[in-house]
Design a protein around this ligand. Structure first.
Ligand code: F6P
Length: 357
């Protein structure tokens, strides 16, 4: 049996431990009857036929290793539902590689964009099993994606550290967290670190409401305020714009990120200096936390069992702490965002935190 494996999209913690879970389980089950091929840099390697057989030793000692031993690249397609000629050629090349290499199955680790392409390959007859990867936790069909818990740990520890300097200087801080268009990372890290204001894309913010929250804290004798702000945060004004107007407004925004714009707005409204801290890609780096090591091992083992049982065309998901298959068409192209009326947002509000609205 020949299995091709690739990791695609932004990297995160747990990619290697997931690969290890798949590989060790397949070697245990099939011994010398299975050969694993590493496809370099995600779909780029599949398009260009850049793959190589791997040895079992290559999957040892990588449980805690950050990044991906296979390399990764961003989605090489605009979006293949609207495949233009160029994209059609890329798809053909990927199908040719699968045929030429005689892969019995592809194991694909990735997030949203990756799943759209994985679904397309599956629709074209390739046996595919996928694993849900992203620090954004925004993949439809699974309660959790791997990388998320590790990123929450890092973002939380950044906000924890900001507390002491914010307190000492009686300052207002914005900590901008990743998460793309979803607020999971910001919400979880914000609550876990005791932030005072949490701003997520799903709940458009009002600078005036945030300024009031800061002033209220100051009036009650609190020396500092910490705002956890998602990189994808949008204002209430922006929420009313059409897609085109929003794009244009953001293109002309004279700030490197939303946090700096918000900092200026708040400075104007409160008269206070606002500091901005952006941990950025630091949130995606380093070793997976224990929860991600466990999750990726469970998902990786299950992916190998799916292959053994011929359960192709599925993402290995976790729901209610059970491993389940989710058909790729159900996952492809759908975002899982934070429900604004859900219990976690409500818990933050009940605690007296401001959600910026
Ligand atoms: O999808 C993961 C993610 O880290 C997002 O949170 C972020 O918006 C994006 O990737 C950053 O992308 P890049 O690594 O291409 O700068």
């Amino acid at each position: 049996m020949k299995i091709g494996m690739l990791t695609s999209g932004g990297d995160c913690q747990g990619l290697n431990s997931a690969l290890r879970g798949v590989a060790k389980t397949l070697y245990n089950e099939f011994g010398k009857d299975v050969t694993l091929y590493g496809i370099r840099d995600g779909y780029r390697g599949l398009i260009e036929g850049d793959y190589h057989p791997m040895k079992p030793e290559e999957f040892s000692d990588i449980l805690t290793l950050g990044g991906t031993i296979l390399g990764t690249s961003r989605q090489p397609f605009k979006m293949m539902q609207k495949a233009d000629e160029n994209e059609e050629t890329k798809l053909q090349k990927m199908l040719e590689t699968c045929k030429k290499a005689r892969f019995d199955c592809l194991v694909i680790l990735g997030g949203n964009g990756t799943h759209k392409t994985a679904n397309l390959l599956s629709e074209h007859g390739v046996n595919v099993v996928t694993l849900p990867k992203t620090i954004d936790n925004d993949l439809w069909g699974t309660d959790l994606t791997f990388g998320f818990e590790s990123a929450v740990n890092i973002a939380t520890s950044v906000i924890d550290s900001i507390h002491s300097t914010a307190f000492s200087h009686s300052r207002v801080f914005i900590v901008e967290t990743m998460g793309h268009k979803a607020g999971w990372l910001t919400l979880y890290a914000g609550i876990a670190s005791g932030a005072d204001v949490i701003v997520i894309p799903e709940i458009p913010y009002s600078a005036k409401a945030i300024a009031r929250a800061i002033e209220k804290r100051a009036e009650s004798g609190k020396r500092f305020s910490i705002l956890a702000v998602a990189e994808g945060a949008i204002s209430q004004q922006e929420a009313k714009m059409s897609k085109k107007e929003f794009k244009e407004a953001r293109k002309n925004m004279p700030y490197p990120s939303i946090s700096y714009r918000l900092a200026d707005e708040l400075k104007e409204l409160t008269g206070q200096e606002i500091r901005v801290t952006i941990p950025g890609h630091y949130q995606r780096g380093g070793a997976p936390c224990p929860a991600d090591r466990l999750l990726t091992t469970r998902l990786g083992v299950a992916a190998a069992n799916f292959i053994r049982d011929g359960k192709f065309g599925n993402m290995v998901a976790i729901r209610d702490n059970q491993i389940v298959p989710v058909p790729l068409p159900e996952v492809a192209g759908k975002l899982k965002t934070v429900p604004p009326d859900g219990d976690i947002v409500q818990a933050a509000r009940d605690l007296g935190l401001s959600m910026g609205d």
